[in-house]
Write a protein that binds this ligand. Structure first.
Ligand code: GAR
Length: 219
């Protein structure tokens, strides 16, 4: 049984997708959902699924270190095997990241290492890229850094608005993140000392999901 704690900051659509896809998987337990804002809308999905919730409000802490320490203490009450950042929008301290090394993952709405940070869809359109997407990665001390596990690539259409592009990427996030966590739960995917193995082999490049009009496949 893989015990997970999910951290959110707002809307929580990725949390909802995880609960829908994995809530009845026999080998995953949602031990807690922790929000960084007490008005995070996504908390409702946890409550509906009867998952314990807590809030560690970022605004109540003066700095990254004190916030991260309080968050670590809250998470460790559940002693999870995996900490899942799902729309969690705050910097975490190096000490936090090192404490959860190899068991802390994040989803980011770009093809990392491109477009770390905020406003990824706006920046993708402004730069005129033809491909965009989402990445799931283990977290290291760099912003949106760490070994990349898997990515979904989508085509950027010439007519895309920021909102249209964001919506298509988000739909792919909702497929990508549960898949990766299921791999971790069933032992297909492991990370030791920041080195990923997938199905018994070292992972030399991100696992690629291509989302073209008719297909979503792992290549
Ligand atoms: C998602 O697009 C997620 O990839 C992104 O925030 C959104 C949260 O949506 N995360 C980051 O940008 C982290 N760097 P959600 O709250 O509906 O899941």
């Amino acid at each position: 049984m893989l015990s997970i704690v999910v951290l959110i900051s707002g809307r929580g659509s990725n949390l909802q997708a995880l609960i829908n896809a994995l809530g009845s998987a026999g080998n995953i337990q949602f031990s807690a959902v922790i929000a960084s804002r007490d008005d995070a809308a996504g908390l409702q999905y946890a409550q509906q699924a009867e998952i314990p919730t807590a809030t560690v409000s970022r605004r109540e802490f003066a700095d990254t270190d004190s916030f991260s320490t309080a968050l670590k203490q809250e998470i460790e009450q559940s002693q999870p095997a995996l900490v899942v950042l799902a729309g969690f929008m705050h910097i975490l301290s190096d000490e936090f990241v090192q404490h959860f090394a190899d068991r802390l993952i994040n989803i980011h709405p770009s093809l990392l290492p491109k477009f770390r940070g905020l406003n990824t869809h706006r920046r993708a359109i402004a730069e005129g890229v033809t491909e965009h997407g989402a990445s799931v990665h283990y977290v290291n001390e760099e912003l949106d850094g760490g070994p990349i596990i898997a990515q979904t690539i989508i085509d950027v259409r010439a007519t895309d608005s920021i909102d249209e592009l964001a919506a298509r990427v988000l739909a792919q996030e909702h497929l990508l993140y549960p898949t990766v966590i299921q791999w971790i739960a069933d032992g297909s995917l492991q990370c030791i000392d920041s080195k990923i193995t997938f199905r018994g082999e070292p992972l030399l490049k991100p696992i690629l999901f291509e989302s073209r009009p008719e297909t979503t496949e792992c290549v």
